[in-house]
Write a protein that binds this ligand. Structure first.
Ligand SMILES: O=C(O)c1ccccc1N[C@@H]1O[C@H](COP(=O)(O)O)[C@@H](O)[C@H]1O
Length: 215
């Protein structure tokens, strides 16, 4: 059977981009609830978009060291939203919402990779998203990290992020075999504004790569 790598497009701020992503078969759309980000959207605006999505497209809300109230507010507006914790949140913090979530792990030069035992602290995580971590940058850097740093198979699905684009996503799928790939800058014309051609090309590259890998 051919592989089916799931795709998450992150940094959605416009309904038209969400609609196109959905038409292209994207599995998940990410909304950045990080006020300092150039892709920031408020939960109320994201909810307007999320309410118009197919029930089979998963909305993901990105947080970076949020308060409990911020997360709860977004969950109240978008009950189907999966939080993605991108900061130094503890397992206890992430688990308290009683909801499935994604935990982002920053991979940076000289920064050790987490032990499997550390990841097990995030009991209700449904996956771990590995992203480039660069000093002084929040995320969504558009830079890839050295995928060779990812170790053996993990106990939960791996989502690969960081600098993916039409040129490198096939190699990423071949080398890492992630459950999903996550892209933001690689399909943008400006921060938070997606590029329809780049989205088409990215999805085609993922599907083509999947056809090359038999499971
Ligand atoms: O996109 C942002 O502005 C952002 C801010 C704070 C934390 C994470 C952020 N983005 C995440 O980074 C990945 C990778 O982005 P890129 O493809 O390298 O641009 C993105 O998908 C978000 O999960």
């Amino acid at each position: 059977m051919a592989r089916r790598t799931r795709v998450k497009i992150c940094g959605i701020t416009r309904l038209q981009d969400a609609h196109l992503a959905q038409e292209l078969g994207v599995d998940s759309l990410g909304f950045v609830f990080v006020p300092a980000s150039a892709r920031h959207v408020i939960a109320e605006d994201a909810a307007v978009i999320v309410n118009q999505l197919s029930p089979f497209v998963t909305p993901v809300g990105l947080f970076l060291n949020p308060t409990v109230e911020e997360v709860q507010h977004a969950l109240n507006l978008m009950p189907s939203m999966v939080p993605q914790f991108h900061g130094q949140e503890s397992g206890e913090f992430c688990d308290q919402f009683g909801r499935p979530y994604l935990k982002a792990i920053g991979v940076g030069a000289g920064k050790p990779m987490p032990e499997e035992s550390e990841l097990r602290a995030f009991g209700q995580a449904i996956g771990f998203l590995f992203d480039s971590n660069e000093p002084g940058q929040l995320g969504g850097t558009g830079h890839a990290f050295d995928w060779a740093r990812l170790g053996e198979k993990m106990h939960k699905p791996l989502i690969l992020a960081g600098g993916l684009n039409v040129h490198n996503v096939a190699q990423a799928i071949k080398q890492v075999a992630p459950f999903a790939v996550d892209v933001s800058s690689g399909v943008e014309q400006a921060k938070g504004i997606k590029d329809s051609e780049a989205m088409h090309a990215f999805m085609a590259a993922v599907r083509h790569a999947d056809e090359q890998v038999l499971e």
